[in-house]
Structures are given as structure tokens and as C-alpha cells.
Design a protein around this ligand. Structure first.
Ligand code: FES
Length: 249
């Protein structure tokens, strides 16, 4: 048996519940949550969709580390000490304690408003993404033919196009924790992707440098690489932020 210690929230009421779940081989944390919801407490709220690490909906804090519940195996985290997370991932400070072996602490993603239990309001995160205008605005406006780019450029862009908008990086970010207007690692990485893209109009480059040249932009980053450590798709926001800084100096 494994104990799931889950942070619950209903409006202003916050509490922890512990549920005992029988561990099955290969069980993910998401499957363990299904077990709780279907057999022990139907009121437990969490978000998911694809169950295959594609949609990004199931990001939550598991043993104080932002992770996808569908991709996290119960066997890998049930004996994890609170201050010694596996994979060299830095833990996020949060209120809960991991109390013993065979226990998994599950909390909502930090730095976003909780709607209920493990479900956070993603609107603010999406607004931050929108603020950098994450789309190609071609000067040519020729929609009749494909605009090809070099394979070497494609390789550079790919690292940033892999983002699944799970907000794990945002939940791990100390700058986002102290300033809700900080644009955040996901949007900054996305901005770098559109800055690099040769199909975008040239004036985007100047405009985005101007827009991000502030404490809410690239200068707010603490350069602690937590976003890089937790990204389930290996997107690397911190190097992108440092590249932006170089362009501005
Ligand atoms: S349910 Fe889609 S990423 Fe986990």
C-alpha cells in the first residue's frame, strides 16, 4: 500500500487528506489519483486529458517537484525524501511535509491560483504566453507557398516548439513566486523561438527585445535553472533568457 497525502482546497478552506492506495506494477500517480476519485473520495478534483505526457494538463507538485502525474511512476516517488528529490531536480518550497516512507505528497502547482484541490487557474499563465505574441507574423503574407527554413534552424527551434504548456516551469520559478507579473520561463522561451524564426517579420525582433528588457522580462530571472530541471519536454528557458540578455547588453 502507498499513502497519497493530498493537499485539498475548497475556496478558503485548505487541508490535507491521506488516502491508502494499493500499488500496482507500473502505476502512475495519475492512476493512483483515479483510484482515490473512483473508490475513496469522488470529490477529489484534478485535471488530465491525454494520459500520455502530451497535453500538459496533469502537471502538479509531486513530492515538492513540479511533474506530470501521468508520467510519474508511483514506484519512483513513494520513498523519495522531501529534501532529496531524484533526478537532481530542485524542490519547490511548499507548505506540505512528506512524513514517511511509502508516502507521496501531492499538491497543486505553485504560483497559480487554485480553483479547487489540484486544479489551478491557467488563465494567467496563458495571458503571459499571449503577451509575447507567439505566432508567425510574416512580412510577405504569401499564403500560397510554403516558406522553408534550413534544417539547422529547424533544430534550434525544435527545442522550444516542444513546450506542452504544462506550466511546470512556472511552478518551479522563484521569480514567478515573488512577482506575478514576471513573464515567466515558458513565455520567455517561446519568445526566443519566435525571435529566432526567420519567417517572422524583422520588426518583431526589435519589438520583443524592447518588450522583454525589464525586471518583468528577462532581467527578473534568477538564473537558477529550476525551469530547465523540471521541464518534461526538455525545453531550456534559462539559456534562451541569457541569449536575450546578451542581445540587450
Ligand atoms: S494527462 Fe496529458 S500530460 Fe498528463
Amino acid at each position: 500500500m502507498v499513502d497519497l497525502r493530498i493537499k485539498r482546497q475548497d475556496k478558503d478552506r485548505i487541508w490535507f487528506d491521506t488516502f491508502q492506495v494499493e500499488e500496482e506494477p507500473g502505476m502512475s500517480v495519475l492512476e493512483a489519483l483515479f483510484h482515490v476519485q473512483e473508490r475513496l473520495d469522488g470529490s477529489l478534483c484534478f485535471r488530465y486529458s491525454c494520459r500520455g505526457a502530451v497535453c500538459g494538463s496533469c502537471a502538479m507538485l509531486i513530492n515538492k517537484v513540479p511533474r506530470l502525474a501521468c508520467r510519474t511512476q508511483v514506484a519512483n516517488v513513494k520513498d523519495e525524501a522531501a529534501d532529496e528529490p531524484k533526478d537532481g531536480i530542485a524542490a519547490v518550497k511548499q507548505s506540505g511535509r512528506i512524513e514517511g516512507k511509502n508516502e507521496i505528497l501531492i499538491e497543486p502547482l505553485p504560483n497559480l491560483k487554485v480553483i479547487r484541490d489540484l486544479v489551478v487557474d491557467m488563465d494567467h499563465f496563458y495571458d503571459l504566453m499571449d503577451s509575447i505574441r507567439p505566432w508567425i507574423d510574416s512580412a510577405e503574407k504569401n499564403y500560397e507557398k510554403e516558406t522553408l527554413i534550413e534544417p539547422s534552424m529547424q533544430e534550434k527551434l525544435e527545442r522550444y516548439t516542444n513546450c506542452i504548456l504544462c506550466a511546470s516551469c512556472h511552478g518551479a520559478c522563484p521569480a514567478a513566486a515573488r512577482d506575478e507579473n514576471y513573464i515567466g520561463p515558458a513565455a520567455l522561451a517561446k519568445a526566443w523561438r519566435f525571435y529566432l524564426d526567420p519567417r517572422n517579420r524583422d520588426s518583431y525582433k526589435e519589438e520583443i527585445l524592447d518588450f522583454l528588457n525589464s525586471e518583468q522580462g528577462v532581467w527578473g530571472c534568477d538564473v537558477v535553472y529550476k525551469c530547465v530541471a523540471v521541464c518534461p519536454k526538455k525545453v531550456t528557458p534559462t539559456p534562451a533568457i541569457l541569449e536575450f540578455r546578451e542581445k540587450m547588453e
